[in-house]
Design a protein around this ligand. Structure first.
Ligand code: APR
Ligand code: PHB
Length: 394
């Protein structure tokens, strides 16, 4: 027997985008059902970046999910960039009078789930065969299988928050959807370890052996990354090999303070820039990784997703509360204006900080000149700082 459900907004995907949207709408009395092809435990286990822009911090606070972040998050007023061992601090506080918050996406997701359950959130986990229909009508439908049963969810709007490999984006007809992509010729090998961070702030390093990043989750848990060939596999990288390589890349001073330990997570992630246009088709809206991917070099993935959700939540609230269609109609363009600027920053940071197999001596000198320019020009450092703390919503 098929089951028919009905809601105002059907949200596909229970990652940070879908969960935050659901909570922001619930706070305004707007009903949602969130579906995901995974279960909560699996979603909470995904390890991702951990730097929140101040706008993201504000959004989490306003949604009522910022309590633990305020207590446990680490405010950072700067970060270091290093080039072949020379280190330079981008002083966010001095340059743009703002800071960022270091708090893992895993924790953000847990806080969102806790709040959603407390406030009566409706979820369907472990769904399969999700398809979207009637997007151009005022009653779109999501069809799916759940616990062996066919389910149809009728709604006013569908939010496609189902990440890069979701189904929502491809529900936009091929002659409408335009995609833009760049795949980088390397990956990031990441390690999580229960050891204090090497430095109290992040260090992004370009070294002739490749990029390295020293980050953290807390004062006792560190996250480190090194650039590696995409053909590498995890069994080629023992913990000791990882630490030896990291030490070579971050320079003698940082290396002398590095506390190594067993990895509690290790993974290789590819780097990609990707944008899908438009972000709205009929009554379907794309948000977060479903619409765009950035390489992790500027820590923008989660922040970009939160910005989309803020813009989408405003559009839906205006529609429901004031019958105002304006922000629905401008959603895609408002988001894309910001998305492309953030894509540009993430691409620029990636180009500056990695070793590219195709680079000649000329491009290597250009990278060095760009680094030297940052060190010598407050104006140049300021452009990095204003992007890193987060551009205005619109
Ligand atoms: N049906 C239902 N759910 C799906 C489907 C599908 N066909 N396909 C994917 N999903 C779910 C995934 O299981 C996942 O839980 O959608 C969710 C998408 O979550 P994310 O990939 O975390 O994407 P998003 O919420 O936009 O978060 C963006 O998280 O992925 C990082 O780097 C990214 O930090 C950024 C942020
Ligand atoms: C992380 O802590 O995982 C992290 C931090 C900064 C980045 C990317 C990842 O730019």
């Amino acid at each position: 027997m098929a089951k028919n459900l009905s809601t105002s907004v059907c949200i596909i995907g229970a990652g940070p985008s879908g969960l935050l949207l659901s909570q922001m709408l619930a706070n305004e009395g707007i009903d949602t059902i969130v579906i995901d092809r995974q279960n909560q435990e699996y979603i909470e286990g995904r390890i991702r970046a951990g730097v929140l822009e101040s706008g993201t911090v504000d959004a989490l606070n306003e949604a009522g999910v910022g309590g633990r972040m305020q207590k446990e998050g680490l405010p950072h007023s700067g970060f270091d960039m290093a080039f072949d061992g020379d280190r330079f601090r981008i002083d966010l506080a001095k340059l743009v009078d703002q800071s960022v918050m270091v708090y893992g996406q895993t924790e953000v997701t847990r806080d969102l789930f806790t709040k959603r359950h407390e406030t009566g959130g409706q979820f369907l986990f472990d769904v399969s065969d999700v398809t979207l229909a009637d997007l151009k009508t005022d009653r779109p439908i999501v069809h799916l299988m759940h616990e062996g049963q066919a389910v149809s969810i009728q709604c006013d709007y569908i939010a496609g928050c189902d990440g890069f490999r979701g189904v929502s984006r491809n529900a936009i007809p091929a002659d409408v959807l335009k995609t833009f992509e760049r795949v980088y010729p390397f990956g990031w090998l990441g390690i999580l370890t229960d050891r204090p961070p090497v430095s109290h702030e992040l260090i992004y390093a370009n070294h002739e052996r490749g990029f390295a990043l020293c980050s953290m989750r807390s004062n006792t848990r560190s996250r480190y990354y090194i650039q590696c060939p995409l053909t590498d596999t995890l069994d080629q990288w023992s913990d000791d090999q990882f630490w030896d390589e990291l030490k070579l890349r971050i320079g003698k001073d940082a290396a002398s303070h590095l506390q190594t330990g067993p990895s509690i997570e290790k993974s290789i992630a590819p780097l990609r820039s990707f944008v899908a246009e438009p972000m709205r088709y009929g009554n379907l809206f794309l948000a977060g990784d479903a619409a765009h991917i950035v390489p992790p070099t500027g820590a923008k993935g989660l922040n970009l997703a939160v910005a989309d959700v803020r813009i989408l939540s405003r559009a839906l609230v205006e529609r429901y509360k004031r019958s105002n269609q304006h922000f629905i109609d401008t959603y895609s363009q408002t988001c894309l204006n910001r998305v492309w600027k953030v894509e540009r920053f993430s691409w620029q940071m990636s180009m500056l900080l990695h070793q590219f197999p195709e680079h000649t001596h000329f491009e290597k000198r250009m990278q060095r000149a760009e680094f030297d320019y940052l060190v010598s020009s407050e104006a140049a450092a300021k452009t990095i700082a204003e992007n890193y703390v987060g551009l205005p919503l619109e």
